[in-house]
Structures are given as structure tokens and as C-alpha cells.
Write a protein that binds this ligand. Sequence first.
Ligand code: SAM
Length: 284
Amino acid sequence: MATLGIPQNTIEILQKYNFNFQKKFGQNFLIDTSVLDRIIAAAEITKEDCVLEIGPGIGTMTQYLAESAGEVVAVEIDKNLIPILEDTLSEYSNVTVINDDILKVDVNKIVEEKNGGKPVKVVANLPYYITTPIIMGLFENHVPLKSITIMVQKEVADRMQVGPGTKDYGALSLAVQYYAKPEIVANVPPNCFIPRPNVGSAVIRLTRYEKPPVQVNDEKRMFALIRASFNQRRKTLVNGLGNASELGVSKERVAAVLEEMQLSPTIRGEALTLEQFARLSNLL
Ligand code: SAM
């Protein structure tokens, strides 16, 4: 099978199967071999690796992964793509395609079955409409993984990397930076896809920390605090957290803890570092 990274080969396959793109599944297929090479290089795939691919599409990146990895498991939601994948991946015996929704499958079980529970590498050109739940699901369910190398909307990649004091800083930045070291490895323009997306894209690698960079007694509680702080971004922490009934803390208690941390009583969540959120959570 000729490489699908070459536009003409992708067009031929789409025509052969009379494939209709489904907007609701965020289908933009890669047609640029240099971008594919960069993703594989950034993910540092070797024959020792088991790779989980989310949304293989017609199998463009899957072909590259199958060449470099020991084992590839690809989860694709669109049943119309399954016969196409059988065709485009027919030469590879190390690929398993699962027709399911990545947000519904038990990823831990897949890793257990395919890699004996050892850490996998996740590589994907993600459907942009569910980028955040996919990443959060992998981290919060403690899926054993070494790294996640993904194509996302440029703006979302920026959000994962930034610190306090910028408009993009939020719950996603803090969650990603608690679990992993983020590095943008490539910016990718719309003309590298068919059909072209309306936004610029970027490849970002998230390298999982063995131990989180901050010490927190109750991870779930810290993330509940973070979510509450950014739900009401324009409010001070005293008001935002004091009003969030699910947290069960009074405004007075928040004010007292802020004082203990030597922070201003009118500070907003967007000014706090991950370390400060961890301390706030431990003290509250
Ligand atoms: N990997 C291919 C490529 O690079 O050309 C396709 C990438 S396309 C941006 C996203 C893919 O994810 C599509 O094939 C889409 O059908 C699939 N997808 C969308 N939602 C999904 C979900 N919830 N679970 C699994 N796959 C999904």
C-alpha cells in the first residue's frame, strides 16, 4: 500500500470507497509526509513501544506508526472507516483497530491486554471537538503512559504551555502541567489536511512525569478547586471558592488561608501557580 501521506494516494482511497467526511467527528486527514515524519520523530517511537492511536482516519499516521513501533492499537469511532483501514493497513500484522468511542472504551484494559499494563505512548491527530476530555481522561484515569504526542488546535497547544498572568492560562494548563512536561514541536498550517480546518494546528508532546512536580494531599480536591476558580474567572478567589457549594468552604476560611500564604485577599485564580494551588488545596 502506497503511503497515504502523499495527497494523491489519499484522494484515490477516498474515491475508491466514496468516503463522505463527517464534520461531527472532526475529520481532517493529514496529507503531508514531512509533518508525519516530525510527529513520529517527536514521539521517539521504537520497536520496543506499544502505541495507542486515537482516531486513525484512513490510516495515514497508522502506517508510519506500524513501521516504527512494536505494536499499534488504533481506536476509531466511524464505522465507515473500518473497511478502509482493513485495506490500507493490510500489510501490517502489528496493528489492531478497535471500532469504538475513545471516551467510552476502557483504555486501562486495552493497555493491560496489549502491553501487559506497561506504559504506552499515545500518538494522535486528535478530533478537535473533544481534545480536552480525551487528554483529561487519559491523565485522570491514570492510564500507564510515557508520553502523549498529539496534533491539536494551535490555541489549545498554547493553553497547555502557558503560566499565570496570560489570558490562555486555565484549568487545562494546570492539569497538563501537573501530569506532564509540555513542548510544542511543530506548527502545522491548514493546507496540510484534507479538508482544510478553519484553524491553525500544532503538534505538542506531553512527557508524563514519574512524580508530579508539586506535592498535594488530595489530587481530586485540588482539581475541584482549580475548576471552581476558573469557572468564575473574573471573581476573586474568596468569592469564587466561597460561592462554590460543592467545595464546602466558607469565604472566611479562604481569606484566612490566603493570608497564611501571604497572598492578597483580592487575588484571582488566574494569578496562582500550580504550586500555590497545591498549597491552597492542602491548607483548605
Ligand atoms: N489520524 C488521521 C489523520 O491524521 O489523517 C485522522 C485524524 S482526524 C483529525 C480525527 C479522527 O478521529 C477521525 O478519523 C474521526 O473519525 C476520529 N474520531 C472522532 N471522534 C472520535 C472518538 N470519540 N473516538 C475515536 N475516534 C474518534
